[in-house]
Design a protein around this ligand. Structure first.
Ligand code: KIV
Length: 284
């Protein structure tokens, strides 16, 4: 795959077949998308995790359709190569199928996304089918589904018993059958991630689902050390940017207070003659 051509669903499928790992990362704004795209990430997800990482909410349930679309538009402007995925927020697809299809359509028409993602297994299979029938590519998301974390008893690893793992596999197969082009597997034992990935013909993208998924996804702010309210075990921090950013901001404040900034190098000049004229006018 060359760096400049847009990633397609067929590329992702081929990567699975050729056992080439797929990279996916969240992005929430234009500069983040530019960076993720330039880094060669295959899939950029505008995750509803932005409720927590960018908007400061305690969980993901409160983010609205309009807020998600606002961020999708910015990410789309910064993305040339990656395949983009817009995350459907809580209550935008659970109540009524027609509403789910309309809201999914808004991610493509208004948010300029290539596809959507929604959470859930068998209970959303018919909704997935309806959205796919409308021509909208759908990514599934099972295991730990943050929108229903309260119902699951908190942010807990899923699929730990043989029965729970079997249900998870069934859910994955039902989503594949409903037309999903890929499925996120979140916070499940690595062995379960491996079995589900082997049984599905579509790519699996793991987050805390072990090394044998067809791809991996992490949250932008987590891997850069920008979000430290809590860090799940499955996160790897590739940089710790919070401290250098804080130090830069403190240095700026100190320089302003000490009148060390701006210097002549950051200032504009006026002609000597013009300045003299101005002084004369001012003293009239
Ligand atoms: O919202 C999000 O960021 C996600 C990923 C963690 C998969 O759903």
């Amino acid at each position: 795959m060359t760096v400049s051509t847009k990633v397609s669903i067929l590329d992702l499928q081929r990567k699975k077949e050729e056992r080439q790992p797929i990279s996916m990362l969240t992005a929430y704004d234009y500069p983040g998308a530019l960076l993720a795209d330039e880094a060669g990430i295959d899939l950029i997800l505008v995750g509803d995790s932005l409720a927590m990482t960018v908007l400061g909410h305690p969980n993901t349930v409160s983010v609205t359709m309009d807020e998600m679309l606002h961020h999708c538009k910015a990410v789309a402007r910064g993305t040339k190569r990656a395949f983009t995925v817009g995350d459907m927020p809580f209550m935008s697809y659970q109540v009524e199928r027609g509403e789910a299809v309309r809201n999914a359509g808004r991610f493509l028409k208004e948010g300029n996304m290539d596809s959507i993602k929604l959470e859930g297994g068998r209970e959303v299979a018919d909704t997935v089918r309806a959205i796919v029938a409308a021509g909208i590519p759908v990514m599934g998301h099972i295991g730990l589904t943050p929108q229903s974390a309260t119902k699951l008893g908190g942010f807990k690893v899923q699929g730990k018993s043989a029965e729970a793992a079997r249900r998870l596999l069934e859910d994955a197969l039902l989503l594949e059958e409903a037309g999903c082009f890929a499925i996120v597997l979140e916070a499940i034992p690595a062995a379960v991630g491996r079995v589900v990935s082997q049984k599905l013909t579509i790519p699996t993208i793991g987050i805390g689902a072990g090394p044998d998924c067809d791809g991996q996804v992490l949250v932008f702010h987590d891997i850069l050390g920008l979000f430290d309210r809590f860090t799940p075990r499955f996160v790897k921090r590739y940089a710790d940017l919070r401290q250098p950013i804080l130090e830069a901001l403190q240095t700026y404040r100190r320089e302003v207070e000490a009148r060390e900034f701006p210097t002549p190098a950051h200032s504009f000049t006026i002609d000597e003659a013009e300045m003299q004229l101005l002084n004369e006018r001012m003293s009239e």
